[in-house]
Every structure is written in structure tokens, then in C-alpha cells.
Design a protein around this ligand. Structure first.
Ligand code: GLV
Length: 306
């Protein structure tokens, strides 16, 4: 069996080591020296079209939770697609979101700024009252919702199918429109998969439904956000602050206007990071299941795109 890892720009040395430790008999090749006879590809931002050059592919696994980079490829029908679902990955996201939400709730930027000028100024601004709306209630969305509820925030989720999450008000698209949903929250977190239906979903029309001075946190994909609409929403007061971890073009170019905007906080796609040991274990387990004709772990519905 041969696995090809195609993840340009990402360090996958650990992933290769873990696969070898777990199963020394497996041949692993890494882009750009990947072997085209591999039956499994583990991919992240692979060059478009490259997967179609493989002749024996049975499984394509994402190296992360998102799979839009695989679903847009023209793969033969029988090739299965899977993704990484892992408590460590969700945990990593939970910590990031908690940090960012608390940063805004406690006006932390003010104290960071005052640090720079040796200013002791307590209670300059009251803590913000946040009512949090999460778009997308998949594995990560649900974990994030629970953690914020445990921090005593009021939390609402919006997803295709209604979820039962203790303490959290969960809505589906058949209960109410997305505009009605966002009109009831003032901190909007995007954790949606990127699909043709969700692309550009964070647009000015939606932002106008938010109460004035809302917060936007996008940790899903850059393709969800219409970039110029964020500037418009900040200028017109619907959004007071935005925290972005994902971008249409990554790395974000040094000349991008997001960098110099005082209401936009940028992190370089680090909100949640795949644990390579867990990823190796999931892929190898799926290889076994494939051989035994069993259903796969975290298989993706290619039509739905998640
Ligand atoms: C990260 O963005 C992931 O999809 O895992």
C-alpha cells in the first residue's frame, strides 16, 4: 500500500513518522516527490487537478476538518473522501474561540494599548454583553457552543439540521431565516463548511441584519466572507470588530488592507491545528476499513460538501 501526502507549504514530517511507526510496511511519498500509484492521498491545498493524475486512488483524506479543496476536484465516483474529526482539533478551536470572545468581552485591546503607554486605567469601559450566534453546528460548532455556554454566555446555533445541545438554543434553516437568526445576536461566529451554498454568506445583506456594533469571528474559510462588505459593515456601524483567521488568499498578502484596519484582528489560520498523530491513526484505520469493505470513519458526502 502506498500513501501520497500532498500538502504544499505544510510541514508533514511528523505525519510521515507517525504513519511509519504505526505501520512500517506502508510506503509514504510526499509532494512534490509523490508517487502517482498511491491508493490513498492525504491532501491540504493540493494543486488543482493533481489528484486526477493518480490512477489507483481509493481514498482521499483531508489533512484537516475542511474538505472544499477535495470536493471541487473532478474525482471518479468510486473514490471515497474523508476528513479529520478529532477531539484535539475541536479542542484547539474551542480554546481559540474562548480566547477571542473573552478578549472582546473584557475590552482587552484597551489594556493592550494602555500597556504600551504605561497607563493604569481600570473600568474605562464596561464589559460587553455578548449574545453569541454560531453559524454551523457540526462537530466543532457544537463543542464551541457548549464551551461558551459553560462560560455563561447566551449561545444560539444555526445549521441545516437542528441540533440538541444542552443550554444552547439551536435553530435550523427551516425554523427561521439566517437574517432573522443574526438579528438576535451581537457576536457572530462562522464555523460553516465552505460549499457553493455557503460561499459569500458573510455579506453586507447579512451584516445589515446584525444589531449595530456587533462582532464577527470567521474561523471557517475565507470564501465565506465578501471582503469589501466587511469594510462597508464596519463603516456603517453594523460591525465594530472582526477577528479573521482564514482568508481567500493565504498567506494574506502584506499589502492587504485588513492588516492596517484597527477594528480587524488577524491570525494566520491557526485557530485549530490538526494533530498529525491522530490524523495518521484515522487514515490508517480507514485504510483497514476500506480493505474490509466496512464503512469509513468521517466519510464525506461529496454532493453536500461536508
Ligand atoms: C482547518 O482549517 C481545517 O479545516 O482543519
Amino acid at each position: 500500500m502506498s500513501i501520497a501526502i500532498i500538502a504544499p507549504g505544510r510541514n508533514t514530517v511528523e505525519l510521515v513518522e507517525h504513519i511509519h511507526n504505526m505501520d512500517p510496511g506502508i510506503e509514504v511519498s510526499v509532494y512534490p516527490n509523490h508517487k502517482l500509484d498511491a491508493s490513498i492521498a492525504i491532501v491540504w491545498n493540493q494543486p488543482e487537478g493533481l489528484l486526477t493524475e493518480f490512477k489507483n486512488l481509493e481514498l482521499v483524506s483531508s489533512l484537516g476538518a475542511g474538505v472544499e479543496h477535495i470536493c471541487r476536484e473532478e474525482l471518479a465516483e468510486q473514490i471515497k473522501v474523508s476528513r479529520i474529526v478529532d477531539p484535539d482539533l475541536s479542542n484547539s478551536m474551542v480554546k481559540y474561540i474562548n480566547l477571542v470572545v473573552l478578549h472582546y468581552q473584557k475590552n482587552f485591546q484597551l489594556y493592550l494599548d494602555n500597556n504600551k503607554i504605561n497607563q493604569w486605567k481600570p473600568f474605562e469601559k464596561p464589559e460587553r454583553e455578548l449574545k453569541i450566534g454560531i453559524l454551523g453546528a457540526g462537530e466543532m460548532g457544537q463543542e464551541v457552543a457548549i464551551s461558551l455556554y459553560n462560560l455563561e454566555f447566551e449561545v444560539l446555533t444555526y445549521s441545516n439540521t437542528k441540533k440538541e445541545i444542552t443550554g444552547v438554543q439551536s435553530y435550523s434553516s427551516s425554523d427561521l431565516t439566517i437574517s432573522d437568526f443574526v438579528s438576535g445576536v451581537n457576536c457572530l461566529i462562522c464555523l460553516l463548511p465552505l460549499t457553493p451554498k455557503t460561499e459569500n454568506i458573510l455579506n453586507f445583506g447579512l451584516f445589515q441584519s446584525l444589531p449595530k456594533s456587533s462582532i464577527l469571528i470567521n474561523v471557517a474559510r475565507g470564501g465565506h466572507l465578501v471582503e469589501e462588505d466587511l469594510f462597508k459593515a464596519i463603516e456603517s456601524g453594523y460591525i465594530s470588530d472582526a477577528c479573521l483567521d482564514v482568508f481567500r488568499e493565504e498567506p494574506l498578502s502584506a499589502s492587504h488592507p485588513f492588516w492596517n484596519h484597527e477594528n480587524i484582528l488577524i491570525t494566520p489560520h491557526i485557530a485549530s491545528i490538526t494533530n498529525q498523530k491522530n490524523a495518521a491513526a484515522i487514515v490508517l484505520e480507514n485504510f483497514k476499513r476500506l480493505k474490509n469493505n466496512q464503512s469509513l470513519l468521517f466519510e464525506v458526502d461529496r454532493q453536500k460538501g461536508y
